[in-house]
Ligand binder design. Structure first.
Ligand code: SF4
Length: 68
């Protein structure tokens, strides 16, 4: 079974707390302004289970994971 996962960051909400990059460094990084951004090619989360941890860890719930 294959599911398409899509990770999105609401950068209007992100406060740059960096929890996501800490928890799932393969998927998230912080840009020059300190806001979270996805690493190129990891928009699908790379299937990393830590992405879900990042969703939980974000203090402002800026990260959403949707599955198609
Ligand atoms: S944990 Fe949330 S607020 Fe912090 S950098 Fe990541 S997306 Fe932004």
């Amino acid at each position: 079974m294959h599911t398409d996962t899509r990770v999105e960051i609401n950068r209007d909400v992100c406060i740059g707390a960096g929890q996501c990059a800490l928890v799932a460094p393969d998927v998230f990084t912080q840009d020059d302004g300190g806001l979270s951004t996805l690493l190129p090619g990891h928009e699908d989360g790379g299937g990393a289970p830590m992405v879900r941890e990042a969703v939980r860890a974000c203090p402002v719930s800026a990260i959403t994971v949707s599955e198609a």
